[in-house]
Design a protein around this ligand. Sequence first.
Ligand SMILES: *Cc1c(COP(=O)(O)O)cnc(C)c1O
Length: 358
Amino acid sequence: MLQTIEVTKTSQKKTKPNHSELGFGKFFTDHMFTMDYSTDKGWHSPRITPYAPLTLEPSSMVFHYGQAVFEGLKAYRTADNRVQLFRPLKNVKRMNLSNERLSMPEIPEDLAMEALKNLIEIDKEWIPTEEGCSLYIRPFIIATDAFLGVRPSSTYKFMIILSPVGAYYNSGEQLQPVSIYVENEYVRAVRGGVGIAKTAGNYAGSLRAQTEAEKLGYDQVLWLDAIEKKYVEEVGSMNIFFKIGGKVYTPELSGSILDGITRTSVIELLEHWNIPVEQKRISVEEIFEASERGELEEIFGTGTAAVISPVGKLKWGERELTVGNGKVGQLSLDVYNTITGIQTGTVEDELNWTLKID
Ligand SMILES: *Cc1c(COP(=O)(O)O)cnc(C)c1O
């Protein structure tokens, strides 16, 4: 039986920011969801309370040994004023895969779904209505034992917070191509490690390469496989696609790549459109050779935040290439318009990806 979520509403609603100042992840709604875990009770005390700071022991295990997993998805306001989510059960399932890898307890899928739906329902007036804006949803789990020995924690907190976010691309503008630095020194993840999990430490480990790439004038880093440093893995916190000679390629899930929900959706959409798409090991050398043959048509990253992020330039050691003619490709645009259209209800959801929650 599903546990009842206890609700305490705030007595003081915050003023909502103007959509032009939203940006990403700066503002938080009036409420949050919390639920606790202990080995003897399992997950218990699900509750929605006013958004507020936490009190934790400085010895809480999450601060020392990094048992922390998270998810990221969005709620959209449709043209006919409904609220919908994009494939949310996939996020819940992936969160449990991350939990498993980090020796953290699984969360019942139906309870996590109820928590998401109830919290968003309560704070739905925070979903921005302006084009391209949405409500970013951040579920996360942290280890809370007050203990400094190294072992899995026996207590955890699962929380969900909500943040209204602005348009990734300014309205009226086309998608903006990014420049990418192929990272040759640092690596993100290795097969057998935690690259397949959405865990905090993967991000901590990626910051230095990102900072150095920015210093050199590039927007983001393209990660290579950690062993041979030959094969493409992903870009920043996005999966990556290449269109070469009419066919689309994306790195296969190698055991060190994050299995993106946008990635899966793009693959399914291309198959639906009868555009050939293949998941395989792809070397950077192949990409540069395709470019030299004039066959490299498009490159784009995929992820919840941007949906599609076209790549305009790739720098690899001394070599540099420009994708297509430096402009955003037609396939990138079509995929972007279709997925964002489905998310906001302006394009028919033929593949049944959305979940209406009010
Ligand atoms: C979250 C994430 C992605 C994108 O996943 P989506 O489910 O499409 O948002 C890709 N790579 C990494 C490393 C990520 O953390």
